[in-house]
Ligand binder design. Structure first.
Ligand code: 13P
Length: 251
């Protein structure tokens, strides 16, 4: 039985003051939530404050990126040591916005995934096709390449600490959600690739989140699909009420 995991990716939103207001709102309903694993991923500048606010709650902290290096001359980067000091547990890696705007390739995502696992951080590894890929009938080809590339050389045992997020790029921030059937089909496909890579047992234990215009109104149907084990939420995670309602849909 895979425990559902709902994560809020706040992206480049929320000042420290706004982050405090949001997390205080979330705590009212979710501080003791055990049925679903709840994660919030604020921008780096709000991590410390949010971390302090989450002390003694069940809500876990995630970051939106992480360097593949340990320390040193890497201007603008944030290391695993810095994140762990703030009690960060999850790191989103290979988000489509990083792939698209900052040219992150599977090679670099894979380097970061390996570093995260080596340092006991749990990667949320994002994959997903663009609209043109889907329209050309290349969804499976593109997703398979990202899964195999981003997760290369990860062992079955390490997979216990990995979460994959399927985020069709055409559904992100567009209001267009994949139908539950479309999403389920790709989730099942991703699980079959993992089974081929590291075996059925690791594949069966892997949690695969859906992301892309997920909101309270469509969450229940998506989350009731057999291979959809949670959500990675953008816009709807910026408001306490709507995020709480999505978490409740996963209970
Ligand atoms: P939206 O929920 O705003 O579509 O964003 C999804 C996403 O990219 C989460 O990482």
């Amino acid at each position: 039985m895979r425990k559902k995991i709902i994560a809020g990716n706040w992206k480049m939103n929320k000042t420290v003051a706004e982050a405090v207001a949001l997390v205080e709102g979330l705590k009212i309903d979710l501080a003791d939530c055990m049925d679903v694993e709840v994660v919030v991923c604020p921008p780096f500048t709000a991590l410390k404050t949010v971390s302090d606010k989450l002390e003694n709650t069940q809500i876990k902290l995630g970051s939106q990126n992480m360097s593949s290096e340990d320390d040193g001359a890497y201007t603008g980067e944030i290391s695993h040591t810095m994140l762990k000091e703030l009690f960060v547990k999850y790191v989103i890696l290979g988000h489509s916005e990083r792939r698209e705007y900052y040219k992150e390739t599977d090679f670099w995502v894979n380097k970061k995934v390996k570093k995260a696992l080596e340092k006991n951080l749990r990667p949320i590894v994002c994959v997903g096709e663009k609209l043109e890929d889907r329209e050309a009938g290349n969804t499976e080809k593109v997703v398979e390449e990202q899964v195999r590339g981003s997760l290369a050389d990860i062992t079955a045992a390490q997979f216990e600490n990995v979460v994959v997020a399927y985020e069709p790029v055409w559904a992100i921030g567009t209001g267009k959600t994949a139908t539950s059937e479309q999403a389920q089909e790709v989730h099942k496909f991703i699980r079959s690739i993992i089974a081929d890579m590291v075996g059925q047992k690791a594949a069966d234990g892997l949690r695969i989140q859906y992301g892309g215009s997920m909101k309270a109104a469509n969450a229940k149907e998506l989350l009731s699909q057999p291979d959809i084990d949670g959500g990675l939420i953008g816009g709807a995670a910026l408001d306490a009420r709507s995020f709480i309602d999505i978490v409740k849909a996963g209970m």
